[in-house]
Design a protein. Structure first.
Length: 314
């Protein structure tokens, strides 16, 4: 199958070719003979009902500091000139992100967008997971100080984080007796208009925060992320150390519970986060982890993603 693929992502110039999942998805697309275009979300335009993008033809290669070539930028019609759009720009999940998803609604599914922009919009990481309260740690979403204080009195050790953050940014661990709660809430109130997420702290995070990749609802690989010494966050953006991992029976149970829902929503490429026995997030915007799992397990997860996309297109 010969496909024309437009990749909506952050600047290609600045990616880490040894860690970026979109990069290896692009390499696999080239291997299959697909043609690639690159554009930024800010390059989208809607005019007279058409969605167009100022895009550059793209060639990728695994050479440090020489990993891409682009042609001259030109306007392409995302419905007529493209078969697949990869919506892979990083969060934050703000109004810019939401607006881009609304524009891509106008071309999907005639041009197949991965992941489905409407479903991405309706499934922000820290809210979608609340559909499965029995799979989560004790959780509260609120701006109300009294409710947060009562939650802390009950659970003692808590995590406070922004509802639409990413990469571990703004995640705080407050131990019993920590006097910074009021100051932290004041800062959050000034910075974020939406409620905050409060969760019971899970000591098992010291053993790692596992990223599990699901393709079309099926688990295909996992990666453990061990937090650095003195750090409550395990995201690799903030120093978490990747480690090889296999799925436990509990993790397979979690995947089985959510898999059909993901498939029904056209959420082809998803990464869930699991600490101990609990799922903490369902990542549908721009999940990562492909390259690390590939290296540990000797697999090619991006091939499974393109197989799933081709299956849908057929």
């Amino acid at each position: 199958m010969s496909l024309r693929v437009a990749i909506q992502m952050d600047p290609i110039e600045s990616i880490d070719i040894n860690g970026d999942s979109t990069f290896v998805m692009g390499l696999e697309a080239q291997k299959r003979g697909y043609s690639l275009f690159h554009y930024l979300a800010q390059d989208l335009t809607m005019v007279d009902g058409r969605v167009i993008a100022l895009a550059r033809p793209l060639t990728l290669r695994r050479e440090k500091a020489n990993h891409f070539e682009v042609g001259e930028a030109r306007w392409i019609d995302l419905k007529d000139d493209v078969d697949v759009v990869l919506m892979r720009q990083d969060p934050p999940f703000d109004m810019g992100y939401i607006t881009a998803s609304h524009l891509l609604d106008h071309i999907h599914p005639e041009t197949f967008v991965v992941n489905d922009p409407m479903q991405v919009r309706n499934a922000p990481e820290k809210l979608f997971v609340t559909k499965y309260p029995d799979l989560m740690p004790p959780t509260m979403i609120t701006r109300n100080k009294q409710q947060i204080e009562a939650f802390r009195d009950q659970h003692k050790d808590i995590i406070v984080k922004p509802l639409f953050g990413n990469g571990g940014a703004g995640v705080f661990h407050l131990k019993p007796g920590d006097e910074n709660l009021n100051s932290l809430l004041e800062m959050f109130e000034q910075q974020y208009p939406e409620p905050f997420m409060i969760q019971a702290y899970l000591p098992d995070v010291r053993k790692g925060d596992k990223r599990i990749i699901l393709v079309d609802g099926e688990p295909v690989g996992a990666l453990n992320r061990i937090p650095a010494e003195g750090e409550a966050r395990s995201n690799m953006h903030v120093g978490g150390k990747p480690a090889q991992s296999e799925l436990t029976d509990r993790e397979r149970e979690i995947c089985a519970r959510i898999g059909q829902d993901l498939k029904d929503r056209d959420l082809i490429f998803v990464g869930i986060d699991v600490i101990g026995d609990y799922m903490t997030e369902i990542n549908v915007t721009s999940p990562t982890g492909l390259q690390e799992i590939n290296r540990f397990d000797g697999v090619c997860l991006e091939a499974k993603i393109w197989d799933a996309i081709e299956k849908r297109l057929k």
